[in-house]
Design a protein around this ligand. Structure first.
Ligand SMILES: NC(=O)c1ccc[n+]([C@@H]2O[C@H](COP(=O)([O-])OP(=O)(O)OC[C@H]3O[C@@H](n4cnc5c(N)ncnc54)[C@H](OP(=O)(O)O)[C@@H]3O)[C@@H](O)[C@H]2O)c1
Length: 262
């Protein structure tokens, strides 16, 4: 079903992104693996080539914490490819623990600002019928945020407002007693960005959805997780295959093909 379609996946050298890459190749898609560690990316691409022997792989460099690499990626891909990108999957992320300025800044930069910049820069180069997938988390549900953060996030009606209202850590927030608090805020913000961006992108025929892979056995999820990385990737694959403005699958938050509460 993805034959000939171009799909760019960030953070695809390991974990869920790697398993998703394998699935794209099995469906004979044109896979663009975007990684911040080119050596790890090359090893992953070689392993997939050897294993799958279908589809097409191009390896690209990007790092969400270095904005110039995001602009360079968009320019490079848009100039190089004969057709516009069919699907952008913002999958790469970090989970860091603690409630301090350094962790907060790095987590928001990696999990929210970077994916958002890549989305906003790629969108003008995407055609009607294409799709953007923001890989979020169950931890991105608003119920995990303190009342103060919930208010800051949900009251934002534009991306600038969302950033302005959340960019500084509130060290006195009750988030401090949460597990993985910066990650939770970053993914709740990513979800809100989908709600803000989806209607505008839909006017251009571009779908935009958030999806959670569920708790999976990866470096991030740890060995105790109940799901395999491949099961998590399946949840994302469903959105890649079904996200479309024409069919109304846009502006949602999904898990295993089912809508999920924000
Ligand atoms: N695993 C779970 O239980 C779970 C649950 C819910 C949601 N998720 C979400 O699923 C996605 C994939 O998670 P995973 O479990 O596969 O994680 P993972 O195994 O830790 O892999 C994370 C990927 O993100 C990349 N990455 C980290 N920082 C980056 C940056 N600054 N720029 C670009 N790429 C960067 C990593 O690259 P390096 O190899 O260079 O570090 C790696 O390829 C994430 O968005 C995560 O939040 C995971």
């Amino acid at each position: 079903m993805l034959s000939g379609k171009s799909i760019l996946i960030t953070g695809s050298n390991r974990g869920i992104g790697f398993e998703l890459s394998r699935m794209i190749l099995h469906q004979e898609g044109k896979l663009l693996m975007a990684c911040r560690d080119m050596r790890a990316g090359q090893e992953a691409a070689d392993a997939l080539k050897k294993d799958v022997r279908k589809g097409d792989i191009t390896l690209k460099y990007m790092d969400y914490t270095r904005p110039e690499t995001l602009s360079a990626l968009v320019k490079d891909v848009s100039e190089e490819m004969k057709q516009p990108l069919d699907c952008l999957v913002n999958n790469g992320a970090i989970i860091g623990n603690g409630w301090d300025k350094e962790t907060y800044d790095l987590t928001l930069r990696t999990n929210f600002k970077g994916p958002l910049e890549l989305t906003t820069e790629f969108a003008p180069h995407m055609a009607p019928g294409s799709s953007i997938v923001q890989v979020s988390s169950g931890f991105g549900e608003l119920s995990y945020c303190s009342e103060g953060y919930r208010e800051r996030i949900t009251s934002a009606k534009t991306l600038d407002q969302l950033w302005d209202q959340c960019k500084e850590i509130d060290v006195s927030s009750s988030m401090a007693s949460e597990n993985k608090p910066c990650y939770k805020v970053s993914k709740a913000m990513l979800n809100q960005s989908v709600r803000i961006q989806a209607p505008k992108l839909a006017e251009c025929g571009i779908a935009c959805n958030a999806v959670t892979p569920g708790w999976c056995r990866t470096r991030m999820g740890g060995p105790e997780a109940p799901r395999s990385a491949a099961q998590g990737a399946e949840s994302i694959l469903w959105v890649i295959l079904n996200g479309s403005v024409a069919s109304g699958v846009t502006g949602g938050f999904w898990k295993d093909g089912q809508p999920k509460d924000w």
